[in-house]
Write a protein that binds this ligand. Structure first.
Ligand code: XMP
Length: 510
């Protein structure tokens, strides 16, 4: 697959989102390193119709700030530059930057000052998302400013003869409502790109490249039941069939019915599915352990041991992982990006396994993964599952994780999800689960005093798990959940609702 639009990556957090927006129009786009030369662009991308320069965390002129091959501007395809790219391009072409007295961060009003090719169809006043301090104060000759904000005179510039455009703001983020129109203007109006991409194309192309990489060798995959590992299992399974061994390790800290669910979902597929019941091993390793970090470490290590044993047995040479794009950007894995947080995932297996990595979803966002899953015909229930942490229920059982306490939490958690599905709230919530607290509380049941366990309900709305708000679930739904849990789970006498946002709380309790 050859891209028509390439995005030069200057390390901006939203860089991949740019390619993503273009692909959403059905036009194939890829992100390439910012130092890709003009010759490489011409040679590797024969269908090239346009170049987009991304934003980035550096300041123009500072040591190590990324540059570009200026000859790329002479290839003869239109160029759209954003934020850092917009400033870089202006300086390359002879314009000047100034350090603003004040930066612009977040939602900002801009005025569209004149008829413009790149801003065609926009209102006179639009709200856009800005994130800068420096700005262009003197334009290169032949360019005109087409939009401004209160602080920034050149919020957008263009040279329609050479088809070069710059935007100080970020059209790729959803906060910039007019962003879609701007990309449409560039991709179709200016570059005259043709629609050539769909999820079906992605699947076919990826299946081909999986076959090519495997080249007859066996691959192994840790199947967690989450949407990423499930989708990658289905995709790699399509390419390799029985040459893929998918290992599901039942740690004993899974949700109620999880093993059956996995068997139902993957048992009929043409892959080698291995269900490993490691409950006993995990429970004995967790005996007497109460500290959250120790729990995570023990489970992570045990999981890797069990997985290693199975990978060896399978005789695999390749390790398939369901890594997606945000996992890489958050870990600072792309060239010019800064580390935001290290990805924590039990599925992140160690390098000493000496297996070659295969990560077919590494350029996709979660919602694109879900589209792939739907296109592959995976069941809706699997596609729209809430995220589930690697250490599982162990970080939702505060205190010691005995099999009896796991059972109590599984039952309460099952009721919670059942009621959310029945009331239609499951799909409106990003993540929901129950937590078993390490305390008991007094109550009255029948005519007698009771002294029983306490369950906390956690339901949050989020985009990526980095920040979250507690979900405003109606009291009636909460009431039904609470009364079912206290009636049906005999060890529980009280149910509370967690109303903490992230920050300051995390989503999980441990
Ligand atoms: P926190 O608790 O950090 O969670 O606010 C953010 C998101 O990450 C999930 N989570 C994990 N996922 N391994 C995972 O695969 C882990 O160790 C882990 N810890 C938290 C959590 O469920 C939420 O979706």
């Amino acid at each position: 697959m050859n891209p028509q639009i390439v995005v030069l990556d200057f390390g901006g957090q939203y860089c991949h989102l740019i390619a993503r927006r273009v692909r959403d129009f059905g036009v194939y786009s890829e992100v390439v390193p910012s130092d890709t030369t003009a010759d490489e662009l011409k040679e590797k991308y024969p269908l090239l119709k346009g170049i987009i320069l991304s934003g980035g965390p550096a300041s123009i002129g500072e040591k190590g700030a990324p540059k570009m091959d200026e000859k790329s501007l002479e290839i003869g395809v239109p160029v759209l530059s954003l934020c850092y790219g917009h400033q870089l391009l202006a300086t390359i072409l002879g314009g000047k930057l100034g350090v603003g007295k004040q930066g612009e961060y977040g939602l900002t009003k801009i005025s569209v000052n004149r008829k413009s090719m790149i801003l065609a169809g926009l209102e006179k006043s639009e709200t856009v998302w800005m994130n800068h301090r420096d700005s262009v104060v003197e334009l290169p000759s032949g360019f005109s400013a087409v939009a401004s904000s209160e602080i920034c005179e050149v919020a957008a510039y263009e040279n329609t003869d050479n088809k070069i455009f710059g935007l100080q703001f970020h059209p790729e983020v959803t906060h910039t409502k007019c962003g879609k129109k701007i990309f449409e203007n560039f991709v179709f109006g200016v570059c005259e790109a043709k629609k050539d991409w769909s999820m079906q194309d992605f699947i076919e192309r990826t299946v081909d490249s999986i076959k090519e990489q495997a080249n007859g060798r066996r691959a192994v995959l840790g199947l967690s039941g989450g949407v990423d590992s499930s989708t990658v299992a289905a995709l790699v399974g399509r390419a390799l069939g029985k040459n893929l061994t998918a290992v599901f390790v039942d740690t004993g800290f899974m949700r109620k019915g999880e093993s059956e669910f996995i068997k139902d979902s993957f048992g009929k597929q043409d892959i080698d599915l291995k269900m490993i019941d490691a409950k006993k091993r995990f429970y004995s390793a967790m005996k007497g352990v109460e500290d959250p970090e120790r729990k995570r470490k023990i489970i992570g290590k045990m999981f890797i041991d069990v997985f290693n044993e199975e990978a060896k047995k399978a005789g695999a040479k390749i390790l398939v992982q369901g890594t997606i794009y945000p996992d890489r950007i958050e870990s600072g894995a792309t060239k010019n990006s800064t580390v935001i947080k290290s990805h924590h995932n039990v599925g992140g297996l160690p390098k000493e396994m000496d297996l070659e990595l295969m990560e077919p979803l590494q350029d996709l966002y979660k919602d694109e993964v879900r589209k792939v899953a739907e296109t592959l015909g995976m069941p809706k229930e699997l596609v729209w599952r809430h995220p589930f942490p690697g250490p599982g229920l162990a970080v939702r059982i505060l205190g010691e994780c005995t099999p009896e306490r796991v059972n109590v939490l599984q039952e309460a958690d099952y009721i919670l999800l059942d009621e959310l599905k029945k009331s239609g709230w499951y799909g409106k919530i990003w993540q929901a689960f129950a937590v078993l607290l390490p305390i008991k509380s007094v109550g009255v049941q029948g005519d007698a005093r009771s002294y029983k366990g306490v369950i906390a309900l956690r339901m949050v709305n989020s985009v990526d798990g980095m920040t979250a708000d507690f979900s405003k679930v109606p009291h009636e739904v909460l009431e039904t959940i609470s009364s079912r849990i206290t009636n049906e789970v005999k060890e529980v006498g009280r149910v509370v609702y967690d109303i903490t946002n992230k920050p300051p709380g995390t989503i999980e309790w441990e």
